[in-house]
Design a protein around this ligand. Structure first.
Ligand SMILES: [Zn+2]
Length: 107
């Protein structure tokens, strides 16, 4: 008699990140005409494209930056571009070590 049990190996947390193949999801907002607008609400591609491209560049960098302790990347990444084009980056991190790594790489 064979008892089938769900395969457990995959769910073991090895700290390397289970979804490393997925592109990092970055939420982008921009200041337009005194309002804060989510980038997917901007219908004019000529306006939104440069922000989307800039967001991708930052996402690519962030994907490579891992916490030396936990091997995790930043999560819940948010980018806000203000009127002057300056970018404000916010993210959740597993600990301050990851914040240090990111601050050094992007700062
Ligand atoms: Zn950490």
């Amino acid at each position: 008699m064979t008892i089938r049990t769900p395969y457990k190996e995959e769910s073991r947390d090895n700290g390397l990140g289970a979804c490393s193949d997925e592109a990092m999801n970055v939420r982008i907002t921009v200041a337009l005409q005194g309002r804060v607008v989510a980038i997917d609400q901007v219908t004019d591609r000529r306006i939104s494209d440069p922000f989307v491209q800039a967001g991708k560049q930052i996402a690519i960098k962030l994907e490579r930056l891992r916490c030396p302790v936990h091997g995790k990347t930043a999560s819940n990444v948010r980018l806000h571009f203000d009127v002057s084009g300056a970018v404000d980056l916010q993210y959740d991190s597993c600990c301050e070590k990851l914040g240090t790594v990111i601050g050094r790489a992007l700062g």
